[in-house]
Design a protein. Structure first.
Length: 274
């Protein structure tokens, strides 16, 4: 069963996150990892730039994943029946890598009109304390706080953004996940993750879901993929599904959409692309 209990939904609303949730089998997670690593080899290494963003538009296997009922059922239990996938991206830390994610709130630069937004973070590999699992501070999702940009080289975030107020790390919870498990977290959740000190890669796929009533307030008309229910609002341009991997027409669409999203995420800076 992939539905959340009433107790689980209540914990999500109280803490701002919930885990672990079974999404894929360990074998399926291994298959997704193998597919990703095939793509990495074909592109000369870990995916960067535009290829980190909205990759479900480029690969049929990721398009299927963002629509998997085992992921969507728990998301619906929190957000309701009408769902858009606004974005998705990989968070990869190689073994012994210095890459990290600073304490931040996802909502800071996304420009979305309301906080009916969550991330389903699906583990393709073990996400342990040693490998740099996410950490979250319960109850910190109730308000937006100030951030500062660092553009730090090893920071996996788009702007290297970090919370500009004190974070009580003593209260942080380690979001430990086995391959195939996932966590859900609120768009305003204080969260981050340290470097990977293990002997294996830590690979997570973050899928950003919004309710259809959410709209973009910070830039050009935005786009999203309708993954469940119906869209009665029309705030987003609805994205087509890829019919083949790396289809030329989808590559061109993805480039246009990525440029539009970069305008939103990098507004107020001199950067114009991922």
């Amino acid at each position: 069963m992939s539905r959340l209990s009433l107790e689980a939904v209540a914990r999500y609303r109280r803490d701002g996150f919930y885990f672990p949730i079974p999404a894929l089998s360990a074998a399926e997670a291994g298959e997704y990892r193998a597919r990703l690593e095939d793509v990495e080899r074909a592109h000369g290494g870990r995916l960067g730039g535009q290829l980190r963003q909205k990759v479900h538009l480029l690969f049929t296997w990721l398009d299927r994943l963002i629509r998997d009922p085992r992921i969507l059922d728990p998301v619906e239990d929190v957000l309701g029946p009408n769902l858009l996938c606004w974005s998705s991206s990989f968070f990869v830390k190689d073994a012994g890598d210095s890459a990290f994610v600073s304490w931040h709130q996802d909502s800071t630069y996304w420009g979305l009109s309301e906080p009916d937004v969550l991330t389903a973070w699906v583990a393709f590999t073990e996400s342990s304390v040693k490998s740099g699992a996410m950490r979250m501070v319960p109850g910190t999702h109730t308000e937006q706080v100030a951030h500062r940009d660092t553009f730090a080289r090893d920071n996996l975030l788009s702007r290297g953004q970090e919370i500009a107020v004190e974070v009580d790390e003593s209260r942080a919870v380690d979001i430990v996940l086995h391959p195939g498990q996932m966590s859900l977290h609120h768009v305003r959740m204080f969260h981050g993750s340290p470097p990977n000190r293990s002997a294996d890669r830590r690979i997570g796929y973050a899928i950003r879901y919004v309710t259809t009533r959410v709209r973009q307030t910070a830039g050009p008309r935005d786009s999203a993929s309708l993954v469940r229910g119906a869209d009665a609002y029309g705030h987003f341009e609805l994205e087509p599904r890829p019919e083949t991997d790396l289809d030329p027409a989808m590559l061109a669409l993805h480039a246009r959409i990525s440029d539009q999203q970069a305008q939103i995420l990098y507004r107020g800076t001199t950067r114009t692309s991922f």
